[in-house]
Design a protein around this ligand. Structure first.
Ligand SMILES: CC(C)(COP(=O)(O)OP(=O)(O)OC[C@H]1O[C@@H](n2cnc3c(N)ncnc32)[C@H](O)[C@@H]1OP(=O)(O)O)[C@@H](O)C(=O)NCCC(=O)NCCS
Length: 134
């Protein structure tokens, strides 16, 4: 049985204007390919919408690096909790099923020019094993 603890880390930095350029050039296609509707509902109404989108893009890349394998963009959803803290939701697609027992944490920061994110994968304690071992 694998021990609980950090087993992956990833980071990414994105130029905000690049994300704005892709969004403008491909209109809805780029956004729909990369982001889930809840992510778009969070980012698009904001004045700094491209910073938010770039932050989420960086977060997805950071999660992929932390997981150590490329998974579909939309299988990683990054949404804020009530305090604004970004939480990662991995979809139940087969691509990430084996990773769903892991907790993935991200932190995002952005300015007008750059967005950056860092992700950590933490293997959860196996409750059954804990109960078995007391
Ligand atoms: C959270 C906070 C530190 C963000 O700092 P900032 O310099 O304004 O902005 P940054 O560009 O560095 O970071 C913005 C990102 O921080 C993240 N963030 C927001 N609230 C957060 C929180 N409570 N905890 C962790 N991350 C948070 C979000 O991902 C946000 O990006 P988004 O707007 O695209 O969703 C700032 O809003 C703050 O001080 N809030 C009030 C106090 C607070 O909630 N503190 C908790 C964290 S210690």
């Amino acid at each position: 049985m694998d021990k609980p603890g950090v087993f992956g880390m990833g980071t990414d930095i994105v130029e905000v204007h690049r994300i704005q350029g892709l969004a403008d050039r491909w209109e809805g296609k780029f956004l729909d390919r990369v982001f889930c509707s809840e992510e778009l509902d969070y980012c698009l109404p904001a004045i700094n919408r491209y910073e938010r989108l770039a932050g989420r893009f960086a977060a997805k890349e950071a999660v992929i690096k932390a997981l150590g394998r490329r998974v579909p963009w939309k299988s990683i959803k990054v949404l804020p909790n009530e305090q604004g803290k970004p939480l990662v939701h991995l979809s139940s697609s087969t691509a990430v099923e084996e990773l769903r027992r892991s907790g993935v944490h991200v932190s995002i920061s952005h300015t007008e020019r750059y967005a950056t994110a860092t992700a950590l994968c933490v293997r959860r304690r196996d409750r059954k094993t804990d109960e078995e071992t007391g």
